[in-house]
Design a protein around this ligand. Structure first.
Ligand code: ATP
Length: 237
């Protein structure tokens, strides 16, 4: 199964109650690749990653993570296959220290993981997590909390990271730092990343391939290098 894509989604149909939101979505993410899924509000981007993780139960289609069929399986199956999701809301345990937040993230790591070694790797990536290790996570700035939630997810040594709007509410310089770290994780850890972003201009700087979604369907797939040449990519939506 080594040649299987890290994430392979085919003909995915999903929704809420009687409402069908995804009408046959297909996409792929390879190891070491950053793929951005873009589209207007309500296009179905968040529903897509929730369905990939198993938080929304697909009505049809398949989801394969590291070659394993996780369709309609509990979220823990997707996590066991190597997936981690960071939701758009700032997700940290506010009263716990930064250090304890990271240790909670380690609970999902594969057995045999050296927690101390992993902690050192994550702190190398985001030195602020070491500088502020004892501080309650809730007392940090928005950008720093975003780094804590990324650090928590990375403690689990994921192979596939699903990120919902990591730039939301952050200054462009902080976004640049976080995006730079994502690029280096893809390049050096072979992490595959599916990124949902409204901040298209900055996202395209680190993206390999992009999909455009409209009304629950993928309407375009393009290498980011080509999309960056478009005089106005907002016209695509
Ligand atoms: N829990 C829910 N119950 C019912 N409908 C929902 C639910 N979550 C999302 N929807 C609907 O599904 C559609 C797609 O929403 P989704 O959040 O996937 O879009 P999106 O592309 O991520 O947009 P946004 O960036 O605004 O979150 C929208 O019409 C939305 O109102």
């Amino acid at each position: 199964m080594t040649d299987a894509p890290l994430l392979e989604v085919s003909d995915l149909v999903a929704g809420y109650g009687r409402k069908e939101v995804l009408h046959g979505v297909g996409l792929r993410v390879d190891a070491g690749e950053i793929v951005t899924l873009m589209g207007h509000n309500g296009a179905g981007k968040t529903t897509t990653i929730r369905s990939i993780l198993g938080a929304v139960r697909p009505r049809a289609g398949t989801v394969r993570i590291t070659g394993r069929d996780t369709t309609r399986r509990p979220v823990r199956r997707a996590v066991a296959a190597g997936a981690a999701m960071i939701p758009s809301e700032r997700f940290v345990f506010p009263d716990l220290s930064v250090h304890d937040n990271l240790l909670l993230g380690a609970a999902n790591a594969p057995s045999g993981t050296d927690t101390a070694e992993r902690l050192a790797t994550v702190r190398d990536l985001f030195p602020i997590l070491e500088d502020r290790a004892k501080q309650p996570a809730g007392s940090m700035s928005g950008g720093q909390q975003r780094m804590v939630s990324l650090g928590m997810a990375l403690m689990a040594c994921p192979k596939l990271l699903l990120l919902d709007e990591p730039s939301l509410g952050l200054a462009p310089s902080v976004v640049e730092t976080i995006f730079g770290r994502l690029r280096s994780l893809a390049d050096h850890e072979d992490l595959g990343i599916l990124l949902l972003e409204q901040n298209i201009k900055q996202a395209l700087q680190i993206t390999d391939r992009a999909y455009v979604m409209r009304s629950g369907q993928i309407i375009l797939e393009e290498p980011a290098a080509k999309m960056r040449q478009r005089p106005n990519f907002w016209d695509l939506f």
